[in-house]
Design a protein around this ligand. Sequence first.
Ligand SMILES: N[C@@H](CCC(=O)N[C@@H](CSC=O)C(=O)NCC(=O)O)C(=O)O
Length: 295
Amino acid sequence: MTITLVSSSKHFGGTLAKYSHVSKATQCTMHFNVFLPKSAVESKARVPVIYCLGGLTSTEDNFAQKGGAASRASKYEIALVFPDTSPRNTDVAEAGENSSVGYSAGFYLNATQAPWDKNWKMYDYIAKELPEVVSTNLSIDTTRSSIMGHSMGGHGALSIFLKNQNNYKTVSAFAPILSASTSPWGLFALPKYLGPHDPAVWGDNDVTHLLKHYVSRNLFRKDVKVLIDQGTEDGFLKEHLYTHGFINDIKELGIADQFEIRFQDGYDHGYFFISTFVEDHIDHHAKALGATLHQ
Ligand SMILES: N[C@@H](CCC(=O)N[C@@H](CSC=O)C(=O)NCC(=O)O)C(=O)O
């Protein structure tokens, strides 16, 4: 579980560093970026953490470099962990052929189908292995964790939160895919990762199905508030994200009051949208993590 420092830059009084490590879950070398605030760097204070999951076509760099989250996180002394979005440099020849499956398209699930089932274990990597890696090697207190993500990463953040509600204080998302099993991106990737449509298997990897599952069993935490921002000019909104269907679903489930879904006028799917509203998301997480603002 050792990690190797690849690069480090001073950033908002702390550091933004890139590490590599050999992952048991994905059986390959993985990279992640981590923002550590000043107190974690200078006095090794163990700080709370927000995991920030990127979307399709992204690496560990997109959210770290374009999301603009570190400025606000530094004021709360919160760490940010930016994982990669898939395994890399594997033997899977077709992994680089399509932007919806393979490299940069891990969907934060555990693949069961060859040739993906050896390395594409991104659920295990993010939910189980990475917290151990950062807790063991860095000044991070993983008992105070939360998670957010963008698009495919929003779907990942919400799914991982729902399956591990005691491990994360809260969750938020930017323009999340809200139903992987009906999104054209998911309809391309899921058969390859999980096999032909099987409601139980695909449902276990679909946010809307998971939410219905947990609510119907009274297993959706009542104290949690979920923040979602969605741009009205997002070209993926109508076909790929299931946002309006999800809003109807949470109303029918009687849990709409636990979701703040904000439509942001004129914004698209990209990082200019994310960086505009990221401070609100950091505030949302800081409140749940019990972090205080130092101006
Ligand atoms: N080429 C893809 C979509 C490309 C894209 O917009 N990727 C988004 C995430 S989309 C959902 O996960 C992204 O974050 N790209 C990286 C960036 O830095 O902007 C397609 O059209 O299928």
